[in-house]
Design a protein around this ligand. Structure first.
Ligand code: GCU
Length: 666
């Protein structure tokens, strides 16, 4: 059944079948080499409909002598370089076709390490799947850390997860190693993901108890051949909760000793354990500030416990309700004074924007402002604020927008976000749903995240094209319109949820539907009204010097792009400026009209997705066609709901008539 389980690794028959190899020759027997050979065998047999063998060179020699027909079969060879090739690094690979041995054409995948062979095997298969001639290719990842962050709780629920329950069956681990874990690892390896944080950043101390370490070790054993290291989110107060200590003060010797012993215990079970992810002093989580210590004190203490065995990813998602300061400014204020004081194995993990994964955010001002600290980008793959798994929003286009933004770090042009980061983390959208991600198109977001973590300069459109060809069909009559639709889809969601730079307008708690009117929460900075500030005169959050001053946290050259409402990209307008309803926008229309028309366009574009998709029916299977159609129907209805509720609410503030031709809200 076409239930989406196979993701983009579908390996359907291809036209080039006759030209493809029939034997895989594996020079280096290792679990990773085996995984690479098996994937080639699996992919090539399915795509050619022929039997594909895996031979070791010795066995091959014997076979050749015995059967000359065997020897004439096209081969694909996996072999590690005898002399390391410095251009490939630890994870890169080289694919080359042409060396003729005994009159047969040989494709050779070479790498310095086994993991490069696996990445090369997937790259080769991708070329075949997407219907391209196999090209000689050399590639290596630009970023060292390419991680999924699972917000999975130990009870099997997933925070902000819309694709079923947690994949990790903690109850049956370590005994049951579900075959699904291998498929998870294959999918991740196919896009270059090399680490996974198993548990929620809102961590429970229990995840560090011995039974859970043994369970995590079983997952690590399964993932290891695929180049995926396991990491854990940790609760800063664990020495109190688990160790019975009176304090979790990072400078207290007993606390330091507790963490060191805990790290040693983990490494005894998981020799290649990746390290810790920490949410501290954020949204009620404990942290070093509880003891009047800094984030650096906390991070460095954990870094010392890991030593050169692992990495600490310390999150910069911090803001306090008690302080009057614009939430946008708080992380920058807390972290920039600490630049240069973090241990070498600490990365500061920064969300793409300063608020919280909104449909559109300018890049976080910490990018470009911490030149002495390695930074990890945190994107959400799960669509907490973009319609969960029902609305279609291709996030590759969003990631690309952020990664290609220029930070002008220290006044230098061309220091894009992609240039200033050392790793990328994606909050996973994966669960026990048969299709993994809750919808067919949400698989593309997982895919695009991995491909961009491998190469943050890659094009979101190329990635969407590749994904559509692998996941559905290579037929251009499908691929072209669907890729166009994907590329516009996030913009459409931003239009009907948070147009013109508005943000944080979602209903409280679930963040699914509209709630711009909410203003009764205990913390002012959780209320949508705090963000849009609409009244009878105007709307928007003034972050210029007249307002909160958040704009000044960017390099002056970056500020210039957003300082002047007249010349700026209006998709960020109300993020930085509070303007009167009469303010004249680029179109010549007053702001009020422009806002209403953008909401209206968003709802209409969402409805139009159904017409585009309806024409795709001839090219794909009925099961996935229907599943997508149903989601698009829901989205169209809810986009209209967003439009109507938002226009009605803002009209109650502006007191203005709707622009001509716009239907009143239902
Ligand atoms: C958001 C999200 C929370 C999450 C938090 C975080 O606020 O709604 O569920 O815990 O981000 O990233 O820590």
């Amino acid at each position: 059944a076409e239930d989406g389980y196979e993701l983009w690794l579908r390996y359907r028959p291809v036209q080039s079948a006759v030209d493809l190899p029939q034997r895989v020759v594996l020079y280096d027997e290792s679990p990773t080499g085996r995984a690479a050979a098996s994937e080639l065998q699996r992919g090539l047999s399915a795509m050619t409909g022929r039997t594909v063998s895996i031979d070791s060179p010795v066995k091959r020699g014997i076979a050749m002598n015995e059967d000359p027909a065997e020897a004439r079969k096209k081969q694909i060879v996996l072999s590690r370089n005898a002399q390391p090739d410095p251009t490939l690094g630890a994870e890169g690979y080289h694919i080359e076709t042409g060396a003729v041995e005994n009159h047969v054409l040989v494709t050779r995948i070479s790498a310095n390490r086994d993991i490069g062979l696996l990445y090369g095997a997937f790259a080769y298969l991708r070329q075949v799947q997407t219907g391209q001639p196999v090209r000689d290719t050399t590639d290596a990842p630009r970023l060292k850390l390419r991680l999924l962050n699972h917000w999975d709780n130990l009870d099997g629920t997933v925070e902000r997860g819309y694709a079923g329950s947690s994949l990790w069956d903690w109850w049956r681990l370590p005994d049951l190693k579900s075959p699904r874990y291998v498929d998870y690892a294959r999918a991740n390896a196919s896009i270059g993901i090399n680490g996974t944080v198993l548990n929620n950043v809102n961590a429970r101390a229990e995840s560090l108890t011995s039974p859970y370490i043994v369970k995590a070790a079983a997952l690590a054993d399964t993932f290891r051949p695929y180049g995926i290291r396991v990491y854990l989110s940790v609760r800063f107060s664990a020495p109190i909760e688990l160790g019975g200590l009176k304090t979790a003060d990072p400078l207290d010797p007993a606390v330091r000793a507790w963490w060191k012993a805990k790290a040693d215990e983990i490494y005894a079970q998981i020799p290649d354990f990746g390290g810790f992810l920490v949410k501290a002093n954020s949204e009620g989580q404990p942290g070093p500030q509880d003891y009047h210590r800094t984030h650096a004190d906390g991070a460095n203490m954990l870094a010392a416990a890991l030593g050169d065995r692992g990495t600490v990813m310390w999150r910069a998602f911090v803001y306090k309700g008690e302080v009057a300061e614009d939430r946008h400014k708080q992380a920058y204020n807390e972290f920039t004074p600490l630049d240069g004081t973090f241990a070498p194995n600490v990365l500061v993990q920064v969300k793409n924007g300063a608020i919280d994964f909104q449909p559109r955010e300018p890049f976080h001002p910490l990018f470009g402002a911490m030149p002495k600290t390695p930074l990890m980008m945190e994107f959400q793959i799960t669509k907490e604020y973009l319609g969960f798994a029902t609305h279609l929003a291709y996030l590759g286009q969003y990631y690309e927008e952020t990664l290609s933004a220029d930070t002008f770090e220290r006044g230098q042009k061309g220091r894009t976000v992609a240039q200033v980061i050392s790793g990328m983390a994606g909050v996973a959208n994966i669960g026990t749903d048969r299709n993994w991600s809750g919808s067919n198109f949400d698989q593309a977001n997982w895919y695009a995240f991995g491909r961009l973590a491998w190469n943050p300069h890659a094009s979101a459109r190329d990635i969407a094209t590749e994904w559509a060809r692998m996941t559905f069909t290579t037929d251009a009559r499908f691929v072209r319109p669907v890729v166009d639709m994907m590329m516009r889809s996030r913009e459409t969601v931003a239009d009907y949820m948070t147009p013109l730079g508005l943000h944080h307008l979602m209903a409280t708690g679930h963040h699914y539907g509209p709630g711009p009117w909410v203003d009764n929460l205990s913390r002012p900075d959780w209320n949508p009204v705090y963000y849009h500030k609409a009244d009878k005169d105007g709307i928007g959050f003034d972050r210029t010097a007249k307002g909160s001053g958040a704009l000044s946290q960017y390099d002056p050259l970056a500020q210039a792009a957003w300082a002047n409402p007249q010349s700026m990209d209006e998709r960020y307008l109300l993020w930085f400026h509070h303007l009167s309803w009469d303010y004249k926008t680029r179109s010549g229309r007053p702001l009020w009209d422009e806002l209403v028309l953008t909401y209206d366009r968003g709802a209409r574009d969402a409805a139009a997705l159904q017409d585009i998709w309806a024409k795709m029916q001839p090219y794909i299977d009925a099961e996935r066609f229907e599943a997508v159609s149903a989601n698009l129907r829901i989205q169209a209805r809810e986009a209209k709901g967003w439009r109507d509720a938002s226009i009605a609410y803002f009209q109650s503030k502006s007191g203005r008539a709707l622009p001509a031709g716009v239907a009143p809200p239902d």
